[in-house]
Write a protein that binds this ligand. Structure first.
Ligand code: DGL
Length: 275
């Protein structure tokens, strides 16, 4: 048993989709979340930048004495998971595997779509993960960086967002894709618009939320889950960006008015401000 918190990281607000599902399934656990909104988006950055920023977020979480790191960002998972697993002694969980497995299970047409950032698409992590297990599945990936911006600016529930989603997903209409992976943790906030656009015949897969099963299994396998009788689990949320904007989006998404959100400046950000 371990009372230590579980650490989650993302390039911004998106990882809250994982946190929300994790809090629901693991109500006795404490969590520390860090979102790097000041340097968002990660999805069109170089591998070196993504590696360096993710390292900083990991360092911050380790300073909070977390027992596990959840890379609640597909982009960071695609580009840093192997490196982090090799380097860290705490367990590291990414968000790509769970969604890939679920898509393989669900697809009957054997045509799976993936909506993700440019870096995730370029990494081919999804197509390789899916085809390693199911070589007969055809994977069509679409980079949707515009979606990330809509969420980070709290515009994801507006008519503007609906229009952007509709234009972006038009090429997917009347295709044989029957399963669509939300391969960026920001995208579940746009799920209603996405579903409306692709139609009810296409099943959406929330890769991040499905990852919580992996978190649960890992806690059990390593016997590091919180004692179910331990009182008052805590959730601390940190952002490198504007805490008020983050709070507005987070409270709405998490359906909670009492979230503790704190602004934090990481070393790399101080250095870049000095330049
Ligand atoms: N939420 C992130 C993901 O899952 C990335 C968004 C971004 O920073 O571009 O890929």
């Amino acid at each position: 048993m371990s009372k230590k918190p579980i650490g989650l990281l993302d390039s911004g607000i998106g990882g809250l989709t994982v946190l929300k599902a994790a809090k629901k399934m693991l109500p006795h656990e404490s969590f520390v979340y860090i979102g790097d909104s000041a340097r968002n988006p990660y999805g069109n950055r170089t591998k070196e930048e993504i590696l360096s920023y993710t390292n900083e977020l990991v360092q911050f979480l380790l300073e909070q004495d977390v027992k596990m790191i959840v890379v609640a960002c597909n982009t960071a998972t695609a580009l840093t998971l192997d490196y982090l697993r090799e380097k860290l002694t705490v367990p590291v969980i990414g968000v790509i595997s769970a969604g890939s497995k679920e898509a393989i299970r669900l697809s009957t047409t054997k045509h799976v779509g993936v909506l993700a950032t440019q870096s995730t698409v370029d990494s081919k992590f999804y197509s390789q993960t899916i085809q390693a297990e199911a070589s007969d599945i055809e994977v069509r990936s679409i980079a949707c960086p515009e979606f990330v911006e809509l969420v980070e600016s709290n515009q994801h529930a507006t008519p503007v967002a609906q229009k952007v989603v509709s234009e972006k997903l038009a090429p997917l209409k009347n295709q044989s894709i029957d399963t669509l992976i939300l391969g960026c943790t920001h995208f579940p906030l746009l799920a209603d618009f996405i579903q409306k656009e692709v139609g009810s015949g296409v099943q959406l897969v929330d890769s991040g939320a499905l990852t919580v099963e992996y978190i649960k299994d890992t806690l059990e396998d390593l016997s590091i889950g919180a004692d179910k009788s331990s009182p008052d689990p805590s959730t601390k949320i940190y952002t490198t960006g504007d805490p008020e904007l983050f709070k507005a989006i987070a409270e709405d998404w998490m359906e909670s008015k009492s979230l503790e959100i704190e602004h934090i400046t990481l070393k790399g950000l101080i250095d870049s401000e000095r330049k």
